[in-house]
Design a binder for this molecule. Sequence first.
Ligand code: FAD
Ligand code: DHB
Length: 394
Amino acid sequence: MGGIPKRTQVVIVGAGPSGLLLGALLHRHGIDTVLLEQRSPDYVLGRIRAGVLEQVAVDLLDEAGVSRRLHAEGLPHGGFDLCFDGQRHRIDLHRLTGKRVTVYGQTEVTRDLMAARAEAGLPTVYEAEQVSIHDFDTDRPRVCFSHQGQAHEIACDFIAGCDGFHGVCRASVPTAALHIFEKVYPFGWLGLLADVPPVSHELIYANHERGFALCSMRSATRSRYYVQVGLEQQVENWSDDDFWAELKRRLPPETAAQVTTGPSIEKSIAPLRSFVAEPMRFGRLMLAGDAAHIVPPTGAKGLNLAAGDVGLLSRVLAEFYRGSAAGIDSYSERCLKRVWKAERFSWWFTSLMHRFPDHGAFGQRMQHAELEYIVSSEAAQTAIAENYVGLPLG
Ligand code: FAD
Ligand code: DHB
Protein backbone atom coordinates (compact mmCIF):
# COMPACT_ATOMS: atom_id res chain seq x y z
CA MET A 1 0.00 0.00 0.00
CA GLY A 2 1.18 3.56 -0.69
CA GLY A 3 0.76 6.30 1.95
CA ILE A 4 -2.48 6.60 3.90
CA PRO A 5 -4.77 9.05 2.02
CA LYS A 6 -5.84 12.26 3.79
CA ARG A 7 -9.19 12.31 2.03
CA THR A 8 -11.53 9.73 0.55
CA GLN A 9 -15.22 9.36 -0.27
CA VAL A 10 -16.08 6.65 2.28
CA VAL A 11 -14.07 5.55 5.32
CA ILE A 12 -15.05 2.01 6.24
CA VAL A 13 -14.35 1.04 9.85
CA GLY A 14 -13.91 -2.74 10.29
CA ALA A 15 -12.58 -5.37 7.86
CA GLY A 16 -14.98 -8.19 8.71
CA PRO A 17 -17.26 -9.43 5.95
CA SER A 18 -19.42 -6.25 6.04
CA GLY A 19 -16.56 -3.82 5.61
CA LEU A 20 -14.69 -5.85 3.01
CA LEU A 21 -17.79 -6.56 0.93
CA LEU A 22 -18.88 -2.91 1.08
CA GLY A 23 -15.42 -1.87 -0.11
CA ALA A 24 -15.61 -4.33 -3.02
CA LEU A 25 -19.11 -3.20 -4.06
CA LEU A 26 -18.22 0.50 -3.84
CA HIS A 27 -15.11 -0.12 -5.92
CA ARG A 28 -17.37 -1.54 -8.66
CA HIS A 29 -19.31 1.74 -8.54
CA GLY A 30 -16.09 3.75 -8.82
CA ILE A 31 -16.35 5.06 -5.24
CA ASP A 32 -13.10 5.46 -3.28
CA THR A 33 -12.76 3.96 0.18
CA VAL A 34 -10.20 3.60 2.93
CA LEU A 35 -10.68 0.54 5.14
CA LEU A 36 -9.51 0.69 8.77
CA GLU A 37 -9.21 -2.49 10.85
CA GLN A 38 -7.94 -2.67 14.41
CA ARG A 39 -6.64 -6.26 14.10
CA SER A 40 -4.12 -8.01 11.84
CA PRO A 41 -5.24 -9.95 8.72
CA ASP A 42 -4.30 -13.26 10.41
CA TYR A 43 -6.38 -12.44 13.46
CA VAL A 44 -9.41 -11.60 11.29
CA LEU A 45 -8.98 -14.86 9.35
CA GLY A 46 -8.59 -16.87 12.55
CA ARG A 47 -12.13 -16.12 13.76
CA ILE A 48 -14.26 -19.13 12.84
CA ARG A 49 -17.87 -18.06 12.46
CA ALA A 50 -20.59 -18.40 9.84
CA GLY A 51 -20.90 -21.25 7.39
CA VAL A 52 -24.19 -20.81 5.53
CA LEU A 53 -24.72 -18.26 2.74
CA GLU A 54 -28.12 -17.32 1.40
CA GLN A 55 -28.60 -16.47 -2.26
CA VAL A 56 -28.53 -12.75 -1.39
CA ALA A 57 -24.96 -13.07 -0.12
CA VAL A 58 -23.90 -15.17 -3.12
CA ASP A 59 -25.46 -12.62 -5.53
CA LEU A 60 -23.61 -9.75 -3.85
CA LEU A 61 -20.31 -11.62 -3.95
CA ASP A 62 -21.00 -12.19 -7.67
CA GLU A 63 -21.71 -8.47 -8.11
CA ALA A 64 -18.47 -7.65 -6.29
CA GLY A 65 -16.56 -10.01 -8.62
CA VAL A 66 -15.20 -12.17 -5.78
CA SER A 67 -17.16 -15.41 -6.16
CA ARG A 68 -14.93 -17.60 -8.36
CA ARG A 69 -13.76 -19.86 -5.50
CA LEU A 70 -17.20 -19.76 -3.83
CA HIS A 71 -18.76 -21.26 -6.96
CA ALA A 72 -15.94 -23.80 -7.36
CA GLU A 73 -15.76 -24.94 -3.73
CA GLY A 74 -19.03 -23.92 -2.01
CA LEU A 75 -21.49 -26.73 -1.30
CA PRO A 76 -25.08 -26.09 -2.44
CA HIS A 77 -27.51 -27.50 0.14
CA GLY A 78 -31.13 -28.18 -0.79
CA GLY A 79 -32.24 -29.18 2.71
CA PHE A 80 -31.33 -29.81 6.35
CA ASP A 81 -32.47 -32.18 9.08
CA LEU A 82 -34.43 -31.28 12.18
CA CYS A 83 -33.78 -33.92 14.82
CA PHE A 84 -35.78 -34.68 17.99
CA ASP A 85 -36.89 -37.79 19.87
CA GLY A 86 -34.01 -39.63 18.23
CA GLN A 87 -35.49 -39.12 14.73
CA ARG A 88 -34.25 -37.01 11.82
CA HIS A 89 -36.80 -35.15 9.67
CA ARG A 90 -35.66 -33.48 6.47
CA ILE A 91 -36.75 -29.92 5.68
CA ASP A 92 -36.60 -29.91 1.89
CA LEU A 93 -35.60 -26.30 1.22
CA HIS A 94 -35.41 -26.73 -2.52
CA ARG A 95 -38.76 -28.47 -2.98
CA LEU A 96 -40.51 -26.01 -0.64
CA THR A 97 -38.97 -22.77 -1.95
CA GLY A 98 -37.13 -23.54 -5.21
CA LYS A 99 -33.97 -22.22 -3.51
CA ARG A 100 -30.82 -23.59 -1.93
CA VAL A 101 -28.23 -22.20 0.47
CA THR A 102 -24.46 -22.47 -0.02
CA VAL A 103 -22.12 -23.83 2.63
CA TYR A 104 -18.90 -21.77 2.37
CA GLY A 105 -17.08 -20.50 5.45
CA GLN A 106 -17.00 -16.86 6.50
CA THR A 107 -13.22 -17.31 6.72
CA GLU A 108 -13.10 -18.14 3.01
CA VAL A 109 -15.42 -15.25 2.08
CA THR A 110 -13.13 -12.95 4.07
CA ARG A 111 -9.98 -14.42 2.50
CA ASP A 112 -11.39 -13.93 -1.03
CA LEU A 113 -12.43 -10.34 -0.29
CA MET A 114 -9.06 -9.51 1.30
CA ALA A 115 -7.20 -10.92 -1.71
CA ALA A 116 -9.37 -8.98 -4.19
CA ARG A 117 -8.88 -5.74 -2.24
CA ALA A 118 -5.11 -6.22 -2.11
CA GLU A 119 -5.01 -7.07 -5.82
CA ALA A 120 -6.97 -3.91 -6.70
CA GLY A 121 -4.49 -1.91 -4.59
CA LEU A 122 -7.24 -0.35 -2.45
CA PRO A 123 -6.04 1.36 0.74
CA THR A 124 -6.45 -0.80 3.83
CA VAL A 125 -4.92 -0.11 7.22
CA TYR A 126 -4.67 -3.15 9.49
CA GLU A 127 -3.73 -2.70 13.14
CA ALA A 128 -5.21 0.80 13.13
CA GLU A 129 -5.28 1.93 16.77
CA GLN A 130 -7.58 4.29 18.68
CA VAL A 131 -9.94 4.79 15.78
CA SER A 132 -12.33 7.66 16.51
CA ILE A 133 -15.05 9.19 14.33
CA HIS A 134 -16.00 12.88 14.28
CA ASP A 135 -18.43 15.40 12.78
CA PHE A 136 -20.69 12.79 11.20
CA ASP A 137 -23.63 15.09 11.96
CA THR A 138 -22.13 17.53 9.42
CA ASP A 139 -21.33 16.95 5.75
CA ARG A 140 -17.57 16.88 6.51
CA PRO A 141 -16.96 13.84 8.72
CA ARG A 142 -13.43 12.88 9.84
CA VAL A 143 -11.87 9.72 11.13
CA CYS A 144 -8.76 9.77 13.35
CA PHE A 145 -6.50 6.86 14.30
CA SER A 146 -2.92 5.98 14.88
CA HIS A 147 -0.86 3.48 12.95
CA GLN A 148 2.69 2.37 13.74
CA GLY A 149 2.97 5.18 16.25
CA GLN A 150 1.84 7.95 13.86
CA ALA A 151 -1.40 9.91 14.18
CA HIS A 152 -3.61 10.12 11.06
CA GLU A 153 -6.79 11.93 10.08
CA ILE A 154 -8.91 11.17 7.02
CA ALA A 155 -11.58 13.59 5.77
CA CYS A 156 -14.49 11.91 4.00
CA ASP A 157 -18.07 12.23 2.76
CA PHE A 158 -19.39 9.21 4.71
CA ILE A 159 -18.35 6.81 7.46
CA ALA A 160 -19.50 3.19 7.22
CA GLY A 161 -19.61 1.61 10.68
CA CYS A 162 -18.85 -2.05 9.86
CA ASP A 163 -16.96 -2.64 13.10
CA GLY A 164 -19.05 -5.36 14.69
CA PHE A 165 -20.92 -5.52 17.98
CA HIS A 166 -18.05 -4.14 20.12
CA GLY A 167 -16.96 -1.47 17.63
CA VAL A 168 -16.46 2.26 18.09
CA CYS A 169 -19.03 3.54 15.57
CA ARG A 170 -22.31 2.69 17.31
CA ALA A 171 -20.68 3.63 20.63
CA SER A 172 -19.95 7.13 19.24
CA VAL A 173 -23.61 7.93 18.63
CA PRO A 174 -25.21 9.91 21.49
CA THR A 175 -27.22 7.41 23.56
CA ALA A 176 -30.35 9.57 23.35
CA ALA A 177 -30.33 9.15 19.55
CA LEU A 178 -30.35 5.33 19.77
CA HIS A 179 -33.11 2.91 20.56
CA ILE A 180 -31.73 -0.44 21.74
CA PHE A 181 -33.68 -3.73 21.72
CA GLU A 182 -31.88 -6.64 23.33
CA LYS A 183 -32.34 -10.17 24.61
CA VAL A 184 -29.50 -12.22 26.07
CA TYR A 185 -29.99 -16.01 26.13
CA PRO A 186 -29.01 -18.06 29.18
CA PHE A 187 -26.55 -20.28 27.24
CA GLY A 188 -23.82 -20.25 24.60
CA TRP A 189 -22.55 -22.44 21.76
CA LEU A 190 -19.33 -24.38 22.10
CA GLY A 191 -18.03 -24.89 18.54
CA LEU A 192 -15.35 -27.28 17.28
CA LEU A 193 -13.69 -27.34 13.85
CA ALA A 194 -11.89 -30.52 12.75
CA ASP A 195 -10.46 -32.02 9.59
CA VAL A 196 -12.81 -35.00 9.55
CA PRO A 197 -15.58 -35.79 7.03
CA PRO A 198 -19.00 -34.48 8.11
CA VAL A 199 -21.40 -36.98 9.66
CA SER A 200 -24.05 -36.21 7.02
CA HIS A 201 -24.00 -34.46 3.65
CA GLU A 202 -26.50 -31.89 5.01
CA LEU A 203 -26.74 -29.96 8.30
CA ILE A 204 -28.47 -31.49 11.33
CA TYR A 205 -30.14 -29.22 13.93
CA ALA A 206 -30.85 -31.37 16.99
CA ASN A 207 -33.15 -30.70 19.95
CA HIS A 208 -32.12 -32.98 22.83
CA GLU A 209 -32.87 -33.07 26.53
CA ARG A 210 -29.16 -32.41 27.23
CA GLY A 211 -29.31 -29.34 24.96
CA PHE A 212 -29.09 -28.27 21.33
CA ALA A 213 -26.49 -29.66 18.91
CA LEU A 214 -25.63 -28.69 15.33
CA CYS A 215 -23.71 -30.74 12.78
CA SER A 216 -22.31 -28.50 10.05
CA MET A 217 -19.34 -28.51 7.72
CA ARG A 218 -16.93 -26.45 5.69
CA SER A 219 -16.12 -29.06 3.01
CA ALA A 220 -16.23 -32.81 2.38
CA THR A 221 -13.22 -33.15 4.67
CA ARG A 222 -13.77 -30.42 7.28
CA SER A 223 -16.57 -30.49 9.87
CA ARG A 224 -17.99 -27.83 12.18
CA TYR A 225 -20.01 -28.96 15.19
CA TYR A 226 -21.69 -27.04 18.00
CA VAL A 227 -23.24 -27.98 21.35
CA GLN A 228 -25.29 -25.73 23.63
CA VAL A 229 -23.44 -25.06 26.92
CA GLY A 230 -24.22 -23.14 30.12
CA LEU A 231 -22.90 -19.59 30.43
CA GLU A 232 -20.62 -20.68 33.26
CA GLN A 233 -18.68 -23.03 30.96
CA GLN A 234 -15.06 -22.28 29.95
CA VAL A 235 -13.65 -23.59 26.70
CA GLU A 236 -10.40 -24.61 28.49
CA ASN A 237 -12.38 -27.15 30.48
CA TRP A 238 -13.57 -28.98 27.39
CA SER A 239 -11.13 -31.52 25.98
CA ASP A 240 -11.76 -32.69 22.42
CA ASP A 241 -12.86 -36.04 23.84
CA ASP A 242 -15.40 -34.34 26.14
CA PHE A 243 -16.79 -32.45 23.16
CA TRP A 244 -17.18 -35.50 20.93
CA ALA A 245 -18.79 -37.48 23.73
CA GLU A 246 -21.31 -34.71 24.44
CA LEU A 247 -22.10 -34.22 20.74
CA LYS A 248 -22.75 -37.94 20.28
CA ARG A 249 -25.05 -38.07 23.31
CA ARG A 250 -27.28 -35.45 21.64
CA LEU A 251 -27.62 -37.33 18.32
CA PRO A 252 -29.62 -40.45 17.48
CA PRO A 253 -27.45 -43.57 18.11
CA GLU A 254 -27.21 -44.45 14.38
CA THR A 255 -26.04 -40.91 13.59
CA ALA A 256 -23.67 -40.77 16.58
CA ALA A 257 -22.09 -44.03 15.41
CA GLN A 258 -21.23 -42.37 12.09
CA VAL A 259 -19.48 -39.32 13.57
CA THR A 260 -15.79 -39.29 12.66
CA THR A 261 -13.84 -37.69 15.48
CA GLY A 262 -10.39 -36.11 15.32
CA PRO A 263 -8.26 -33.38 16.85
CA SER A 264 -9.79 -29.90 16.89
CA ILE A 265 -8.32 -27.11 14.77
CA GLU A 266 -10.33 -24.54 16.71
CA LYS A 267 -12.67 -24.57 19.67
CA SER A 268 -14.52 -21.58 21.11
CA ILE A 269 -17.65 -20.52 22.98
CA ALA A 270 -20.01 -17.89 21.53
CA PRO A 271 -22.71 -16.26 23.67
CA LEU A 272 -26.21 -15.96 22.14
CA ARG A 273 -27.89 -12.60 21.83
CA SER A 274 -30.66 -10.81 19.94
CA PHE A 275 -29.90 -7.10 19.52
CA VAL A 276 -31.09 -4.25 17.30
CA ALA A 277 -29.99 -0.59 17.42
CA GLU A 278 -32.33 1.82 15.68
CA PRO A 279 -31.89 3.77 13.51
CA MET A 280 -28.96 2.57 11.41
CA ARG A 281 -28.02 6.02 10.09
CA PHE A 282 -27.00 9.22 11.89
CA GLY A 283 -26.24 12.02 9.45
CA ARG A 284 -23.20 10.81 7.50
CA LEU A 285 -22.61 7.67 9.60
CA MET A 286 -24.21 4.42 8.44
CA LEU A 287 -24.03 1.28 10.55
CA ALA A 288 -24.03 -2.14 8.87
CA GLY A 289 -23.85 -5.77 10.00
CA ASP A 290 -23.12 -6.74 13.60
CA ALA A 291 -22.46 -3.08 14.50
CA ALA A 292 -26.22 -2.53 14.20
CA HIS A 293 -27.76 -5.91 14.98
CA ILE A 294 -27.03 -9.38 16.33
CA VAL A 295 -29.06 -12.54 15.91
CA PRO A 296 -28.52 -15.80 17.78
CA PRO A 297 -26.71 -18.07 15.28
CA THR A 298 -29.38 -20.78 15.09
CA GLY A 299 -30.98 -19.37 11.92
CA ALA A 300 -27.61 -18.76 10.18
CA LYS A 301 -28.64 -15.16 9.48
CA GLY A 302 -25.89 -12.84 10.83
CA LEU A 303 -23.54 -12.79 7.87
CA ASN A 304 -26.44 -12.80 5.43
CA LEU A 305 -28.00 -9.76 7.11
CA ALA A 306 -24.63 -8.04 7.04
CA ALA A 307 -24.37 -8.72 3.31
CA GLY A 308 -27.90 -7.36 2.77
CA ASP A 309 -27.05 -4.15 4.66
CA VAL A 310 -23.91 -3.43 2.66
CA GLY A 311 -25.65 -4.40 -0.59
CA LEU A 312 -28.23 -1.68 0.10
CA LEU A 313 -25.62 0.75 1.39
CA SER A 314 -23.51 0.42 -1.77
CA ARG A 315 -26.60 1.17 -3.87
CA VAL A 316 -27.70 4.24 -1.93
CA LEU A 317 -24.15 5.63 -1.90
CA ALA A 318 -23.91 5.08 -5.67
CA GLU A 319 -27.24 6.93 -6.05
CA PHE A 320 -25.88 9.75 -3.89
CA TYR A 321 -22.84 10.21 -6.11
CA ARG A 322 -25.17 10.23 -9.14
CA GLY A 323 -27.05 13.12 -7.54
CA SER A 324 -29.89 11.71 -5.39
CA ALA A 325 -29.87 11.59 -1.58
CA ALA A 326 -33.28 9.87 -1.38
CA GLY A 327 -31.73 6.41 -0.99
CA ILE A 328 -29.57 7.55 1.91
CA ASP A 329 -32.69 8.76 3.69
CA SER A 330 -34.40 5.37 3.32
CA TYR A 331 -31.34 3.21 4.15
CA SER A 332 -32.16 2.59 7.80
CA GLU A 333 -35.84 1.82 7.27
CA ARG A 334 -35.18 -0.58 4.38
CA CYS A 335 -32.50 -2.47 6.31
CA LEU A 336 -34.55 -2.69 9.48
CA LYS A 337 -37.43 -4.38 7.66
CA ARG A 338 -35.14 -7.27 6.70
CA VAL A 339 -33.43 -7.20 10.09
CA TRP A 340 -36.62 -7.63 12.14
CA LYS A 341 -37.77 -10.54 9.94
CA ALA A 342 -34.46 -12.29 10.57
CA GLU A 343 -34.57 -11.38 14.27
CA ARG A 344 -37.98 -13.01 14.57
CA PHE A 345 -36.95 -16.21 12.80
CA SER A 346 -33.66 -16.51 14.69
CA TRP A 347 -35.37 -15.95 18.07
CA TRP A 348 -38.14 -18.44 17.23
CA PHE A 349 -35.76 -21.14 15.94
CA THR A 350 -33.50 -20.64 18.97
CA SER A 351 -36.50 -20.96 21.31
CA LEU A 352 -37.63 -24.12 19.53
CA MET A 353 -34.30 -25.95 19.59
CA HIS A 354 -32.59 -25.16 22.93
CA ARG A 355 -33.06 -26.22 26.57
CA PHE A 356 -33.95 -23.17 28.65
CA PRO A 357 -33.14 -23.39 32.37
CA ASP A 358 -36.45 -21.70 33.22
CA HIS A 359 -38.65 -23.51 30.72
CA GLY A 360 -40.08 -26.08 33.10
CA ALA A 361 -42.06 -29.16 32.11
CA PHE A 362 -44.79 -27.16 30.38
CA GLY A 363 -42.31 -25.26 28.23
CA GLN A 364 -40.65 -28.50 27.18
CA ARG A 365 -43.97 -30.08 26.21
CA MET A 366 -44.82 -26.99 24.16
CA GLN A 367 -41.49 -27.25 22.34
CA HIS A 368 -42.15 -30.90 21.65
CA ALA A 369 -45.71 -30.25 20.45
CA GLU A 370 -44.41 -27.55 18.12
CA LEU A 371 -41.77 -29.87 16.66
CA GLU A 372 -44.44 -32.55 16.12
CA TYR A 373 -46.62 -29.97 14.40
CA ILE A 374 -43.79 -28.86 12.12
CA VAL A 375 -42.98 -32.34 10.88
CA SER A 376 -46.67 -33.03 10.20
CA SER A 377 -47.39 -29.72 8.45
CA GLU A 378 -46.29 -28.76 4.95
CA ALA A 379 -47.28 -25.14 5.71
CA ALA A 380 -45.08 -25.02 8.82
CA GLN A 381 -42.13 -26.53 6.91
CA THR A 382 -42.63 -24.04 4.08
CA ALA A 383 -42.54 -21.16 6.55
CA ILE A 384 -39.27 -22.44 8.04
CA ALA A 385 -37.77 -23.06 4.60
CA GLU A 386 -38.73 -19.60 3.32
CA ASN A 387 -37.18 -17.94 6.33
CA TYR A 388 -34.05 -20.09 6.21
CA VAL A 389 -33.26 -19.45 2.53
CA GLY A 390 -33.96 -15.72 3.02
CA LEU A 391 -35.23 -12.85 0.93
CA PRO A 392 -33.80 -11.26 -2.20
CA LEU A 393 -32.46 -7.74 -1.67
CA GLY A 394 -35.42 -6.18 -3.47
P1 FAD B 1 -17.47 -8.67 12.35
O1 FAD B 1 -17.26 -9.96 11.65
O2 FAD B 1 -17.57 -8.64 13.82
O3 FAD B 1 -16.35 -7.66 11.86
C1 FAD B 1 -16.13 -6.40 12.47
C2 FAD B 1 -14.68 -6.01 12.28
O4 FAD B 1 -14.46 -4.71 12.83
C3 FAD B 1 -13.71 -6.94 13.00
O5 FAD B 1 -12.72 -7.37 12.10
C4 FAD B 1 -13.17 -6.10 14.15
O6 FAD B 1 -11.84 -6.47 14.48
C5 FAD B 1 -13.25 -4.70 13.55
N1 FAD B 1 -13.32 -3.65 14.57
C6 FAD B 1 -13.99 -3.65 15.75
N2 FAD B 1 -13.81 -2.50 16.41
C7 FAD B 1 -13.00 -1.73 15.62
C8 FAD B 1 -12.44 -0.45 15.78
N3 FAD B 1 -12.67 0.29 16.88
N4 FAD B 1 -11.65 0.02 14.80
C9 FAD B 1 -11.40 -0.71 13.68
N5 FAD B 1 -11.91 -1.96 13.49
C10 FAD B 1 -12.69 -2.46 14.45
N6 FAD B 1 -24.04 -15.77 10.22
C11 FAD B 1 -24.60 -16.36 9.12
O7 FAD B 1 -25.11 -15.65 8.24
N7 FAD B 1 -24.60 -17.72 8.95
C12 FAD B 1 -24.07 -18.55 9.89
O8 FAD B 1 -24.04 -19.77 9.66
C13 FAD B 1 -23.51 -17.96 11.08
N8 FAD B 1 -22.96 -18.73 12.05
C14 FAD B 1 -22.34 -18.14 13.12
C15 FAD B 1 -21.77 -18.95 14.07
C16 FAD B 1 -21.13 -18.38 15.18
C17 FAD B 1 -20.52 -19.29 16.22
C18 FAD B 1 -21.06 -16.95 15.33
C19 FAD B 1 -20.36 -16.31 16.51
C20 FAD B 1 -21.63 -16.14 14.36
C21 FAD B 1 -22.28 -16.72 13.26
N9 FAD B 1 -22.87 -15.93 12.27
C22 FAD B 1 -23.50 -16.52 11.20
C23 FAD B 1 -22.83 -14.46 12.39
C24 FAD B 1 -21.71 -13.81 11.54
O9 FAD B 1 -20.47 -14.40 11.84
C25 FAD B 1 -21.65 -12.29 11.83
O10 FAD B 1 -22.95 -11.77 11.68
C26 FAD B 1 -20.66 -11.57 10.90
O11 FAD B 1 -19.34 -11.82 11.29
C27 FAD B 1 -20.89 -10.06 10.89
O12 FAD B 1 -19.93 -9.43 10.11
P2 FAD B 1 -19.47 -7.94 10.38
O13 FAD B 1 -18.43 -7.64 9.35
O14 FAD B 1 -20.67 -7.07 10.48
O15 FAD B 1 -18.84 -7.95 11.84
C1 DHB C 1 -23.11 -22.83 11.01
C2 DHB C 1 -23.45 -21.90 11.95
C3 DHB C 1 -24.78 -21.65 12.19
O1 DHB C 1 -25.14 -20.74 13.08
C4 DHB C 1 -25.78 -22.32 11.51
O2 DHB C 1 -27.08 -22.07 11.79
C5 DHB C 1 -25.44 -23.22 10.55
C6 DHB C 1 -24.09 -23.47 10.31
C7 DHB C 1 -21.68 -23.11 10.76
O3 DHB C 1 -20.82 -22.50 11.41
O4 DHB C 1 -21.40 -23.97 9.93
